[in-house]
Design a protein around this ligand. Structure first.
Ligand SMILES: [Zn+2]
Ligand SMILES: [Zn+2]
Length: 179
């Protein structure tokens, strides 16, 4: 039972009860509607969160895979470089040794590399001196049996470049060679 605004007569207990119950019902209806809305919003939010999680997981897996592949490629590349360097060092090591006595060449002393003039082979001074001279003051190369002058010049290339570099690479210390 509605009461007009301008009606100033005091309300009966029944009227007060009616009004209160009507207000309470309206509030309850509003509350129910709000709860329903909230439930729908929460459901939507849950859906969005699940989608987001899925996207995150997918991206993460893809990113990880990309990263793994690029790391593997980088590792392979470094590994190949290392093998090349090892081969390079191996061949430098071979060239830095006298093939007769296997001593390493030095910049001074009996292991100074000497090149045979006719064939171009290089041996240490000690080994060249051990080869017997013929009557023409010639020595026979032990590799290809070719005759060269016994006065073999120093192999300057090995002395200047190879010996210091190879020794530094092999031992990390060139004090033994560079006197
Ligand atoms: Zn030698
Ligand atoms: Zn030779």
């Amino acid at each position: 039972m509605e009461r007009e605004e301008y009606d100033t007569r005091p309300m009966s207990v029944d009227q007060l009860m009616d009004e209160a119950s009507s207000k309470a019902q309206k509030i309850e209806e509003k509350l129910a509607a709000t709860q329903e809305e909230l439930a729908q919003t929460l459901e939507k939010l849950g859906k969005v969160e699940r989608q987001l999680a899925k996207v995150r997981t997918t991206n993460c897996v893809e990113e990880n895979e990309k990263l793994r592949q690029s790391l593997a490629a980088a590792n392979l590349n470094e590994h190949k470089k290392l093998i090349k360097l090892e081969k390079c060092l191996e061949s430098l090591q071979t060239i830095s040794e006298c093939t007769i006595c296997t001593s390493r060449y030095t910049t001074t002393g009996p292991q100074v590399p000497r090149v045979l003039a006719s064939c171009g082979h290089t041996f240490c001074t000690e080994c060249v001196n051990k080869i017997g001279k013929n009557v023409h003051n010639q020595i026979k190369c032990p590799t290809y049996q070719k005759f060269s002058s016994a006065n073999s010049p120093k192999n300057i290339t090995i002395i200047q470049a190879l010996v210091p570099t190879v020794y530094r690479l092999l031992e990390g210390d060139n004090d033994l060679v560079l006197e």
